[in-house]
Design a protein around this ligand. Sequence first.
Ligand code: HEM
Length: 382
Amino acid sequence: SGSVPFHGAHQAGIVTPAQDRLHFAAFDMVSGSGREELIALLRDWTSAAERLVRGQEVGTGIEPSNALLPPDDTGEATGLGAGHLTLTFGLGRRLFTGREGASDPDDPFGLRSRLPRAFEPLPSFAFDLLDATQSGGDLCVQACADDPQIAVHAIRNLARIAVGRAHLSWSQLGFGRTASTSRRQDTPRNLFGFKDGTANVMAEDTASLEQHIWAGAEAPEWMRGGSYLVARKIQMTIESWDRASLDEQERIIGRTKREGGPLSGGAEFDQPDFEAAVPAGDTEEPMIDVAAHVRLAHPDHNGGARMLRRGYNYVDGSNGLGQLGAGLFFISFQRDPETFVRVQRSLKPDLLNEYIRHIGSGLWAIPAGVQPGGFIAQALFE
Ligand code: HEM
């Protein structure tokens, strides 16, 4: 199947029509490694990524230059093609600020003065139950592809290339996209069975992308054309949800389950009318509940803030009580992390909160795209 170009003004994997499979990985720099190791790693990852997204084997492939050495490429994606693989690379805040609580002025990568003003850590939110072993990381790689084996192969080989400089600290598989990022795509469904991604910022909305997704003149030069990636691992209490009535489920989301139309009436892509009300005794009841997810997440409720959502469904097996370890691996891209903070704070009274828990979190700066001959985040080191 087809390949997605690696080079460009923006990194691939953001407005690229969302592929069906995800392997998301977070890496930590090995302590003692510094600026040179980081640059070398980003260069090596760039060369590998250029080959991987074309469906080519890493390095010399399955046959090493010397048969007594392990092959450069692990081999399991050989013959599978490119599968629309995209690799999107991000930088964690700790690369700029050093380790929290370090006694001496800790700036192992010489990046302290390059920290963008907008790159503030995410605050904690109501109902957060974050697991440190599935949160954060000095670097992230979002691998998306049509075939899970292609995405897993890419992360595995990038991890192998990183050995001695950075290690894989956690990773997440996702099996079904929960967003459309192009008008050419049908809206997929999340594990609550609702269409997800209807009101997303799409690749075709170039004015909205400039306004809400790509960092602009406010950002340091190396970030212009980049974005910020927020990842939230959101566990869903599937079994309770499945016992909620259809009315209740639709009230919580604010849209119909089959069609995805707003409860104020109309089809999937019609605008919700948050003022619409039905008479209820002496009063009126809003057709879209005051605490429905779409009302609280809507730009009208958030000073016009918009984000590009690009999340995936996940199932990590089940527990001994017959409950699925399942949910939404939420990913959003925004020009300023403050957009996510604002919307997530608005969601505090969200009716959905009874059925979800945020259990993992991360925020990374996604530098602008790579030019031929250059490497990931090159401008940051100049
Ligand atoms: C819209 C589900 C978490 C932000 C929607 C829609 C659904 C949905 C079904 C309506 C269709 C659409 O426009 O995509 C969920 C579920 C979640 C979740 C099941 C958790 C498991 C979040 C989080 C955020 C968020 C954490 C951001 C902080 C939005 C936004 C919209 C939306 C911005 C579009 C609102 C609009 O403009 O109409 N979500 N969502 N969602 N959601 Fe979520």
